[in-house]
Design a protein around this ligand. Structure first.
Ligand SMILES: Nc1ncnc2c1ncn2[C@@H]1O[C@H](COP(=O)(O)OP(=O)(O)OP(=O)(O)O)[C@@H](O)[C@H]1O
Length: 221
């Protein structure tokens, strides 16, 4: 069953003759629980595509449906709520809030939603990511790999159906990368979440169920 669909998605910047076609007609269907790796050279349109899928940016034309809902037809506030409830983001630079401790960072999206944290589920995620003894630590006192695991826990704890990850291990050494990636894959699989991940790393891409290659804003295979 499909959970995320883009149809003839285009994103153009600027005007002719200096137009940049960041996305130039992307039609893609991603199934529930699927792990898709998005690969392609620098500037090929990967981040633009991921941002569109997460409703962080508007397309020039085309459609993005998440759980059957057309994102471009939602009002800003509606989209913010839909995003918080359905999509978890993991970015290369972690995006943790420096003045909040690990626990506070992890539960922030749920609390922003005015929801109560499922403590049992949270502790299960925290345990899987081996962060049990770090809950009171401040992000600045953690290693890159630990900070990335906090960002993953934060993305998982609101139980989003979809996790969008933009080079989540781009700042980590290769051993930590494979640890973090293994955890991300295991947790998303365990909780039946769809994982869409941008990566430059071929070995990482091989872990995915499917690889989508982007070239000049188009799917090349
Ligand atoms: N805000 C913007 N204004 C103008 N052009 C942009 C903007 N954002 C992206 N682009 C252009 O769109 C194209 C696709 O960019 P995008 O960031 O999606 O590539 P990418 O594949 O993620 O690259 P990288 O692997 O280097 O992160 C590039 O040519 C980029 O210069």
């Amino acid at each position: 069953m499909s959970i995320l669909q883009t149809t003839d998605l285009k994103k153009y910047y600027g005007q002719e003759p200096n137009i940049t076609k960041a996305l130039d007609g992307i039609t893609l269907t991603i199934g529930r629980g699927e792990f898709v790796a998005i690969v392609g050279t620098s500037g090929s349109g990967k981040s633009t595509l991921l941002n569109m899928m997460g409703g962080l940016d508007n397309p020039t034309s085309g459609s993005i449906r998440v759980k059957g809902k057309e994102l471009s037809q939602m009002k800003d506030e509606q989209l913010t709520i839909f995003r918080r409830r359905n999509i978890g983001f993991v970015f290369q630079n972690y995006n943790l809030v420096p003045i909040l401790n690990v626990y506070e960072n992890i539960v922030l999206p749920v609390e922003l939603d005015g929801d109560t944290v499922d403590q049992k589920f949270m502790m299960e995620v925290v345990g899987l990511l081996a962060l049990d003894d770090k809950l009171n630590s401040m992000p600045n006192n953690l290693s890159g790999g630990q900070q990335q695991r906090v960002a993953i826990a934060r993305a998982l704890v609101s139980k989003p159906a979809i996790i969008l990850a933009d080079e989540p291990t781009g700042n980590l050494d290769s051993r930590t990368s494979s640890d973090v990636l293994g955890l991300l894959k295991t947790t998303s699989y365990k909780f039946d979440q769809t994982l869409v991940m941008i990566t430059h790393n071929n070995e990482i891409a091989q872990l995915a169920d499917r690889i989508v290659r982007i070239e000049d804003g188009r799917i090349s295979e």
